[in-house]
Design a protein around this ligand. Structure first.
Ligand SMILES: [Zn+2]
Length: 74
């Protein structure tokens, strides 16, 4: 999916994190899918082990990390 640099608006690829035009950092879109895939795998592991407390703890951590990943870079 095409996207543009949030600093200068130049069209950049979905996996490019550094804008070739102005050098601004743009978090790659794949990041969120990596987090989600990792979370699902962890969730499946804990479900298989039957430890629901650990599942909720890991899910909470994951949600915070996803929130941080979506927040604008400082
Ligand atoms: Zn740019």
């Amino acid at each position: 999916m095409p996207r543009s640099c949030r600093q200068c608006g130049t069209a950049i690829g979905p996996t490019i994190e550094t804008c070739p035009h102005c050098g601004a950092f743009n978090r790659a879109e794949r990041t969120i899918w990596v987090w989600l895939a990792g979370g699902l795998i962890v969730l499946a592991l804990f479900l298989a082990l039957g430890d629901i407390g650990a599942v909720l703890r890991v899910a909470g951590d994951l949600l915070r990390q996803i929130h941080a990943a979506l927040a604008p870079a400082p």
